[in-house]
Write a protein that binds this ligand. Structure first.
Ligand SMILES: [Zn+2]
Ligand SMILES: [Zn+2]
Length: 132
């Protein structure tokens, strides 16, 4: 009985310390991962949206995001082949299209075409920059 109580107390303390360490480590590595692939992609690929051609400078670079071509955020090859620099609007659009594709709600490819014509990332970007 004494022994099991002792063990329980020891386990509790260890677990809490371990948990803290694990949480802190996971948090750090997650942040490193996110920061890591964005910086890498921005250093490999030009600061231009791969969809609409919007050019970026240090001033508005926060609007340039890194998209995973295969939508797998854990697939981060060092050569940048799975990354694509997209402005936040084209990125949003890309994910919406992917979701539509997955749900099979867009059997007609003509729908995607007309959507890209009415899609105006420049206007939206200008609005956002004005607000800041
Ligand atoms: Zn764009
Ligand atoms: Zn993406």
């Amino acid at each position: 009985m004494d022994n099991s109580e002792k063990n329980q107390a020891a386990r509790k303390k260890l677990t809490r310390e371990e948990m803290n360490a694990i949480v802190a480590k996971a948090k750090r590595s997650q942040e490193d991962k996110i920061k890591g692939y964005r910086e890498k992609s921005l250093s490999i690929h030009p600061w231009i949206c791969a969809r609409c051609g919007m050019e970026f400078t240090l001033k508005n670079l926060h609007l340039l995001t890194v998209h995973h071509r295969d939508h797998d955020h854990d697939n981060n090859p060092a050569d940048g082949s799975n990354w694509e620099n997209l402005c936040v609007y084209c990125h949003d659009n890309e994910h919406r299209r992917y979701t539509d594709h997955l749900q099979g709600e867009m059997p007609d490819s003509g729908a995607a075409k007309s959507e890209s014509v009415t899609h105006r990332p420049f206007a939206a970007l200008a609005d956002l920059l004005k607000k800041k």
